[in-house]
Design a protein around this ligand. Structure first.
Ligand code: ITT
Length: 202
């Protein structure tokens, strides 16, 4: 079985490949399909956007497609930027632009008022199946950047149980506790059942 990871974000792509690496499937990425450009994400929810990405890639490749849509929900900002996380500081925002805007929006707030969570929805689309799972991790937005691993908002997302930001964690450590790790392990359960059913029918 082959699955296309429907993302242009290299950080995500790497994490998804690491988390799914033990499964007996061949993982392809959008780098194998350079003709597929940016996929618009007009949905109002992570689930809608995850399905838009997975369905688009399934339609264009004819292969099972797995997409991830992720948002950072900050309580002091009423859950924003959420589904708008990638363009938080503007259309062509870099990760650094978005972190800076977040730090400036929360300027002056104490640590206890800076609670937030990452939420990931992964959507999987094949010829005969559409399924999705979710993963959430709770943390706090620091008042400065710390660490140089990961991507996106990782340098400002502090994870209290390990007393580090996500950018200070080893890759394996981040995947073991992250929103994406949780969503994809839930998905692995579904996929393993599917693989077992198919192999018992042959
Ligand atoms: P694709 O749509 O091609 O998958 P994207 O970067 O646009 O890539 P999202 O819309 O899901 O993906 O991401 C929303 C934003 O949240 C984006 O800026 C990401 O870098 C950031 N983000 C996603 N996962 C993250 C993580 O694990 N750690 C830190 N930031 C993350």
């Amino acid at each position: 079985m082959q699955i296309v990871l429907a993302t242009h974000n290299r950080g995500k792509m790497q994490e998804m490949a690491d988390i799914l690496g033990h499964l007996p499937i061949k993982l392809l990425t959008l780098e194998d399909f350079p003709e597929i450009g940016d996929i618009p994400e007009p949905g109002d929810t992570l689930k809608e956007n995850a399905f838009i990405k997975a369905e688009t890639v399934y339609r264009l490749t004819g292969l099972p497609a797995l997409a991830d849509d992720t948002g950072l929900e900050v309580d002091a900002l009423n859950g924003e930027p959420g589904v708008h996380s990638s363009r938080y500081s503007g259309e062509n925002a870099t990760f650094d632009d978005n972190c800076r805007k977040m730090l400036s929006e929360l300027d002056g707030l104490s640590l206890t008022d800076r609670t937030a969570r990452f939420r990931t929805v992964v959507a999987f689309v094949t010829a005969d199946e559409k399924t999705w799972t979710e993963g959430v991790v709770e943390g706090t937005i620091l008042d400065h950047k710390k660490g140089d691993g990961g991507f996106g908002y990782d340098p400002i997302f502090y994870y209290p149980p390990l007393q580090k930001t996500f950018a200070e964690l080893e890759k394996v450590e981040k995947n073991s506790v992250s929103h994406r790790g949780k969503a994809l392990r839930n998905f692995c359960g579904i996929l393993e059942k599917r693989i077992n059913i198919n192999s018992s029918q042959t």
